[in-house]
Write a protein of this length. Sequence first.
Length: 187
Amino acid sequence: MANSLDGKKIAFLVAPEGVEQVELTEPWKAVEQAGGTPELVSTETGTVQGFNHLTPADTFEADKAAEDVSASDYAALVLPGGVANPDFLRTNSDAVAFAKGFFDEGKPVAVICHGPWTLVEADVVRGRTMTSWPSVKTDLVNAGANWVDDEVVECSRGPNTLVSSRKPDDLPAFCKTLVGAFSKVTS
């Protein structure tokens, strides 16, 4: 499975600030180690400020703006968490439309921690089984998802495969599962 993502470009959608750094960097490394090409997409190009919980950490450069790309440009999508990151993304119509496009095109999506807020806004969690940070449970249930408290959930009940995880401690299982799900993409 070391090169199971060869030739696949994977989008990572984040806000200009507030992304939980480890939830960006660990899946990014997993995609690279599997032979994939990660690309950072934000609400605008330029600097993205990562955080270690509430403390500013490293900065990253966004390759593309959500308004300039579509799901058809990528094999799959990763939505890292952090409290502020998905809260900002869900108020940006281009970011929400970009995320929704992966569901419309039947492409896999992986989301962790507070990241599902963007998917709630896109109205794509109805009927899906997923997990998240505990405080996002009510939002997911109210949006029609079946919430479970598991380290990682892979749900194929719907137009695409949806991988979800709760928190940074779950990153090993999250990364392994998302690489497996993304490797099944044929286009």
